[in-house]
Design a protein around this ligand. Structure first.
Ligand SMILES: Nc1ncnc2c1ncn2[C@@H]1O[C@H](COP(=O)(O)OP(=O)(O)OP(=O)(O)O)[C@@H](O)[C@H]1O
Length: 650
């Protein structure tokens, strides 16, 4: 791995920007694009030459070199000089060790991808190979010879001058199967998540705008210092992580609305697989190595599954495969640069055989021009206000504005900030849950007496709890401050639809944990508890006085159905309360349960369980509607919940 990127003048690149006719297959909208796989053999290094008596012989050669015309496939021949074992593989192009720099690879293979990025397509270029095979040299380059990252950046900046586009970069590494931002130091790892369209996102990853090569060098060199490298038995400066540079180009579209077209180029310097009998790694180096090897094994499993038309592609086995998801069997153009050390037969066979299999993978490339809105948190408060206002219910809308978070005195807060707080509470809860999960899983009683559902003993109607809390909140507001538009007035009856939304707002404001703080525990919780009660709730009451607690006392209000109402009214009301309470319990369960527990619930299969786990890592589910955000139709949500609810009575 080279330690610094080369300094490279943008003007040198002008004549490289040649939208190529050669790879026209790369640029067809909505078309199938095979992963293109090229071989790059590095030269022997001085110490490799000096360690043998005669000049070492490369184990790699090109068979049909004379007949090679660009665009045709090539046949690569590998021969073990010691045993004479040999193998042949067909690939897309070959760059031999006499090529001292990577500019030819850039010109012929990478630059044709770039015009597509300006049109909203994504592309990924990744260097794959064993440790010491020249991946970092190829991607990152050196002072003297810029790598594909600098060359791409330079080319893109030149093109931006013509198109009026803007460029931003992100740079991160996957170290020990965790993602870390290299542009902005953060305490936490970057969370990888997938939206309902299957697009992978990295939450909170910094993006820095770049407008010249000098600013790129400044930013990138600084970030490179943070990337984990170390000396191993096989490479003096070996990458201990997979490094990913993302160049995002935003181009004004030609439509009248002024939309932007966004395309991304991912340039990935993978860590190399390592034979630890030869690296003599131990301690942390060994740990890094085993994670690197595991992630590359996961990569080979994904490639195997794609090649064999398997229904389940194991992208989730590692962070690396999740990041590459869109490039292998997804919607991105992809170029794999398989790097080889000419003196290593066995590892070259390993690299080339995987490379050869990768080129059968088809991506269905599509432009991101269509408005791809990333999953945004729904501001329920604003939604409700808008809905009420559209119905002419201004006072109710004002009332909603008056419903404030229990965590924040009088200052109105957005639902998002409350959600954040609740997410934090959830994450501490989740940590606890996972530590308790394994031991408690074994003790769990799998079924419950449905009679418990109607146990009137110490029944506290959960929907009434919500109303209690809203009332308590209002009382507090009233006592705290004069009514100022946002305060609750009670001259307009709240209808069922409004109440449902108010309840859902309350369910957002009160996370499961915060409810536990208040000591409220419904019988429904008990009913479902054999499934999710792997946590002794007493443990969850924080002893730390600094832990935020809601500063209100739940009030008991009179049940409005206790007056003149028919038994049918009562039954209907209780049923609807029961339904909303069960839905809330169900959501809480989805947020806290382990995969095994999720699978025990009717209507949840492997795929759904994975979706739910992914989603709640980003933001805990707050209502059944949130399930629609992960790609379920409302009918599916209805059926899933319906099955679970029926399961309670079976
Ligand atoms: N074309 C080349 N010309 C001269 N030296 C090269 C060339 N390609 C690679 N090297 C040298 O080979 C050595 C190993 O290269 P590099 O660090 O890029 O390997 P790597 O595949 O990234 O290894 P790792 O996976 O361990 O990080 C470095 O010293 C590098 O400078």
């Amino acid at each position: 791995m080279a330690t610094r990127i080369g300094s490279f003048d943008t003007t040198q690149m002008e004549n490289l920007y040649t939208p190529s006719k050669i790879h026209s297959q790369h640029q067809q909208p909505g078309s199938i694009s095979k992963v293109r796989v090229i071989i790059r053999v590095r030269p022997f290094l001085p110490h490799e030459i000096s360690s043998t008596n005669a000049y070492p012989i490369s184990c790699i050669s090109l068979l049909n070199s004379e007949s090679e015309t660009f665009g045709d496939e090539v046949t690569v021949h590998l021969q073990d000089p010691e045993t004479s074992r040999n193998e042949c593989y067909k690939l897309d192009a070959f760059f031999g060790q006499e090529d001292k720099n990577v500019s030819e690879i850039f010109q012929r293979e990478v630059s044709p991808l770039i015009p597509g990025i300006f049109e909203g397509y994504n592309a990924t270029v990744f260097a794959y190979g064993a440790t010491g095979s020249g991946k970092t040299y190829t991607m990152q380059g050196s002072d003297e010879l810029p790598g594909l990252m600098s060359l791409s950046m330079s080319n893109i900046l030149s093109a931006c001058e013509r198109t009026g586009s803007t460029v931003a970069i992100s740079y991160y590494e996957v170290y020990l199967d965790r993602c870390y931002d290299l542009l902005e130091l953060k305490e936490q790892e970057i969370v990888v998540w997938e939206d309902k369209d299957g697009h992978v996102h990295l939450k909170g990853l910094a993006q820095v705008e770049v407008n010249s090569m000098s600013s790129f060098h400044e930013i990138f060199s600084c970030a490179l210092q943070r990337r984990k490298v170390a000396r191993t038995g096989l490479n003096d400066v070996s990458s201990r992580s997979h490094g990913v540079l993302v160049i995002t180009i935003s181009t004004p579209s030609r439509d009248s609305v002024g939309n932007m077209i966004t395309g991304k180029l991912n340039l990935i310097d993978l860590a190399g697989n390592e034979d630890n009998r030869r690296t003599c790694n131990d301690g942390i180096r060994l740990q890094e190595s085993s994670k690197i090897n595991l992630s590359l094994f996961a990569l080979s499993n994904v490639i195997y599954a794609l090649n064999n038309g398997m229904s389940r592609i194991p992208y989730r086995e590692s962070k690396l495969t999740r990041i590459l998801q869109d490039s292998l069997g997804g919607t991105s153009h992809a170029l794999m640069v398989a790097c080889l050390n000419p003196g290593e037969y066995q590892e070259s066979v390993h690299t080339v055989s995987l490379a050869a299999r990768s080129r059968h993978i088809s991506n269905s490339v599509s432009s991101a021009q269509k408005n791809t809105t990333p999953m945004v948190k729904v501001d329920m408060e604003a939604k409700l206000r808008a809905w009420l206002e559209s119905k002419g219910k201004t006072k109710s809308a004002q009332r909603i504005a008056g419903l404030r978070s229990p965590f924040t005195g009088r200052t109105p807060v957005s639902v998002n900030s409350v959600t954040k707080l609740s997410a934090n509470l959830h994450s501490s809860e989740a940590k606890f849950v996972s530590s308790q999960r394994i031991s408690n899983l074994k003790q769990r009683v799998p079924c419950v007496d449905s009679g418990n559902l109607f146990n009137n003993g110490d029944y506290v109607d959960p929907s009434m709890q919500a109303q209690d809390l809203a009332a308590a909140e209002t009382m507090k507001d009233k006592s705290d401050a004069p009514t100022e538009g946002g305060a609750l007035e009670s001259d307009e009856p709240v209808n069922n639809e409004e109440m449902k939304i108010i309840n859902s707002l309350n369910s957002i404001q009160l996370s499961p944990v915060s409810k536990r703080f208040t000591g409220l525990c419904s019988p429904q919780r008990k009913v479902l508890s054999p499934i999710n009660s792997n946590v002794d709730t007493t443990y969850l009451v924080p002893s730390d006085p600094k832990t935020p607690k809601p500063h209100f006392t739940p009030l008991k209000v009179e049940n409005k159905f206790q007056g003149d109402c028919t038994p049918l009214d009562k039954f209907n009301s209780q049923s609807s309360n029961l339904k909303s309470s069960l839905a809330q319990e169900y959501i809480e369960f989805l947020n806290a349960a382990s995969r095994e527990e999720l699978l025990q619930l009717k209507g949840i299969g492997q795929k759904m369980a994975s979706y739910i786990i992914e989603q709640r890592e980003i933001s805990p589910l707050k209502s059944l509607n949130d399930l629609e955000k992960i790609g379920l139709t409302s009918k599916q949500v209805h059926n899933m919940f319906g099955r679970a609810a029926r399961g309670v009575f079976e």
